[in-house]
Design a binder for this molecule. Structure first.
Ligand SMILES: *Cc1c(COP(=O)(O)O)cnc(C)c1O
Length: 230
């Protein structure tokens, strides 16, 4: 069941890359496995998936312990400061940094573990009241503030575009996020590249890839609908 869905997602990504004149290798597919049982993740793993996205700390840690160690775990959900310590040494990338306070805690924990934490600035790209993320006009200054902290590297930007009936409506937001990434990388010439653009979900990832996404986060499109009542 997963294999057919995965194939379809792969085909759509390839098609979008071709349409935009991009290499397929420029885009990482993150399988968003939140709420899904470990067996399903194992199935995706056996089909070659190595990047998994989770939005809850406890769930990520549980799955981390049960699954192979070559998996690259992505923290994609809102992160509370007091929980950073549980995931700091388990994830390759934290996609959801939207405040200096959170960044400070990530930096502190990274120093403790003697690692560099890779993070993305989450931008509330459409200014939706219901969403986390820094306002677009504050993204550059937040990035500048963060890179003054030790052991933390700003690697790019992330957004959750609005849930729309026609994904074309999100094209402008994806373009705006890419522009913001350029603005940020101009401002922070540190030693790492600021080249990760995490955008596109089941509803809109082909458009996101056409507009320059380097990481799409696809849940439903791979694992099927989520049931939050179990
Ligand atoms: C759940 C989630 C996704 C995946 O959503 P789908 O619509 O199921 O593809 C992507 N990004 C974030 C931040 C999420 O929380």
């Amino acid at each position: 069941m997963i294999s057919e869905k995965l194939k379809e997602v792969e085909e759509n990504i390839a098609k979008a890359c071709e349409k935009a004149g991009r290499n397929r290798e420029e885009v990482t597919l993150i399988a968003v496995s939140k709420t899904k049982p470990v067996e399903m993740l194992k199935e995706a793993y056996d089909l070659g998936i190595r990047d998994f996205g989770e939005n809850k700390v406890q769930e990520l840690v549980d799955k981390y312990e049960k699954l192979p160690k070559d998996i690259r775990w992505h923290m994609i959900g809102h992160l509370q400061r007091n929980k950073v310590k549980y995931i700091i040494d388990k994830v390759v990338l934290i996609h959801s940094v939207d405040s200096i306070e959170l960044a400070k805690e990530i930096s502190k924990q990274a120093v403790k573990h003697n690692i560099t934490a890779n993070i993305l600035i989450e931008v509330n790209i459409a200014g939706e009241e219901s969403k986390f993320g820094v306002q677009p006009q504050d993204a550059v200054s937040l990035a500048v503030e963060i890179i003054s902290l030790p052991n933390i590297a700003v690697r790019g930007v992330m957004c959750i575009a609005p849930f729309v009936a026609n994904c074309e409506e999100n094209r402008k937001y994806f373009q705006n996020l890419c522009k913001l990434d350029v603005d940020i990388s101009k401002k922070i010439s540190n030693n790492t590249e600021v080249n990760i653009i995490s955008m596109g979900m089941t509803n809109d990832y082909p458009v996101a890839v056409e507009e320059g996404s380097t990481m799409v986060r696809v849940g439903t499109g791979i694992f099927g609908e989520r049931n939050y009542n179990i």
